[in-house]
Design a protein around this ligand. Structure first.
Ligand code: AMP
Length: 413
């Protein structure tokens, strides 16, 4: 179903808009539609509060439909509409980065940008609707997590393909904010990267790195990047290692509710990853009976490599993809697994993978009270990753402790 990397890459990025004025003069990203503010209002039923899918640092995200009623002749398309928070000081920059990158890059493992609106001071992004919401929501829900081992391996592979595609582009792109909340899942649990607000052009030619102000999310950013501001594709590999670890262990990258030595997942778990018995004790108990000890060791070793303190000791994302392809299994129920082994142990049958891989200010006084409540929510959400950290030396977003159940469901409305 998914195209190979080879067919997708390399990608040449055409000229990108430097600012909104520039974008208005040259609006031509061929696959991206330009919507009026009225069209986005119609698509979201006037930004109905019960259509809210979630909220990131950027602003509130609504479910919507673009159809005949929104624009005559438009094929009915389920969408997610993200409205930029008006008080964000880096808002325009991040909004434009998203339009520039997603307007030009197309891959099955990147969320498709269907269109945007930049009428007057309104800044909105219209994406393909990802029916199952974020990986974060599924992985850290307290009850009813249905992420089996094989689903997690498939999600890891999909996300790795997305990063490998970005790194393999003729002008490499560094994603810079790889984390579970930025990995979205469609109705079939195919994973795609969203939120390109922090993406950056990677080093070219003789350059070994690009120098940037440090931005990202605590717990996911590579140590050398945090210390020096030197950004390379290997910083994304580190972030990938953190997410892989979160998926293996079912624990958050940063969790202040745990004993202090376990606050930082990588610091606590990395030394345990190469010890068979210790590893088995820390793997997410919700996956018990779904994997072989041998494969679990291999995947843990991959996470270990990605989390190397030495950036050159980390694999390339293309190598990560190759390796993860070999770990793909078809879904095996616990009962089947028990039959196959004839025992209650955890060394189970694994079928080889047969398939190749398988806001701008509210200027409308007519808005209701519930809309005003949403506005308040929008404003209280500080912009971007700066939500938690003032832009002093660096802008690492320190995620607040949010229980997955507290977040709005992604498939409301
Ligand atoms: P973001 O600002 O990209 O972090 O998005 C905030 C939340 O909105 C995500 O965690 C998702 O729950 C939801 N969301 C964002 N984009 C989409 C999309 N394309 N489809 C469905 N839900 C989305």
């Amino acid at each position: 179903m998914q195209d190979s990397l080879e067919r997708q890459s390399p990608t040449v990025l055409p000229l990108t808009a430097k600012d909104v004025k520039d974008l208005r003069k040259n609006p031509g990203y061929s696959n991206v539609d330009i919507f009026t503010y009225e069209e986005t209002r119609l698509a979201t039923k006037q930004f109905r509060p019960d259509y809210i899918l979630g909220e990131g640092g950027f602003g509130v995200v609504y479910k919507g439909v673009i159809d005949e009623n929104v624009r005559p002749g438009y094929k009915s398309t389920a969408v997610a509409v993200k409205e930029l928070n008006p008080d964000g000081f880096q808002g325009d920059r991040e909004w434009l980065a998203e339009v520039n990158y997603l307007g030009q890059l197309s891959h099955p493992n990147l969320v498709k940008l269907i269109g945007y609106c930049c009428e007057d001071e309104h800044r909105l992004l219209v994406y393909e609707y990802m029916a199952s919401g974020s990986l974060e929501k599924h992985l850290f829900r307290r009850v009813g997590c249905n992420l089996t081992w094989s689903k997690r391996m498939k999600i890891a592979l999909d996300a790795a393909k997305g990063l490998a595609f970005l790194h393999g582009a003729e002008r490499p792109v560094i994603y810079r904010d790889f984390k579970t909340s930025n990995i979205l899942l469609d109705a079939d649990f195919n994973a795609k990267l969203s939120d390109f607000g922090l993406a950056k052009d990677g080093p070219m030619g003789d350059q070994t790195h690009v120098s940037t102000r440090v931005m990202g999310t605590y717990g996911y950013a590579a140590p050398e990047y945090v210390m020096t501001g030197h950004l390379t594709a290997r910083s994304d590999v580190y972030g990938f290692g953190v997410v892989l670890l979160e998926m293996l262990l079912g624990r958050r990258a940063m969790d202040k509710s745990r004993p202090s030595r376990e606050h930082n997942l990588v610091e606590w778990a990395r030394p345990l990853l190469n010890h068979n018995k210790k590893l088995m004790r820390i793997l997410d108990p919700r996956m018990e009976g779904q994997y072989s000890a041998r494969t679990a060791m291999k995947v843990a070793n991959l996470a270990y490599q990605c989390l190397s303190q030495n950036p050159k000791g980390r694999p390339l994302m293309s190598q990560v993809v190759e390796l993860l392809e070999t770990f793909q299994t078809t879904e095996v129920t616990h009962e089947e697994a028990m039959l196959n082994t004839g025992a209650g142990g955890i060394t189970l049958y694994e079928a080889p993978n047969k398939s190749s891989h398988s806001p701008m200010k509210n200027r409308n006084p007519a808005r209701s009270e519930s809309h005003r409540q949403v506005e308040t929510r929008r404003r209280s959400a500080a912009n971007g990753r700066s939500k938690s950290e003032p832009p002093k030396d660096f802008d690492l977003y320190d995620p607040p402790r949010i229980e997955a159940e507290d977040k709005p469901e992604s498939n409301r409305g």
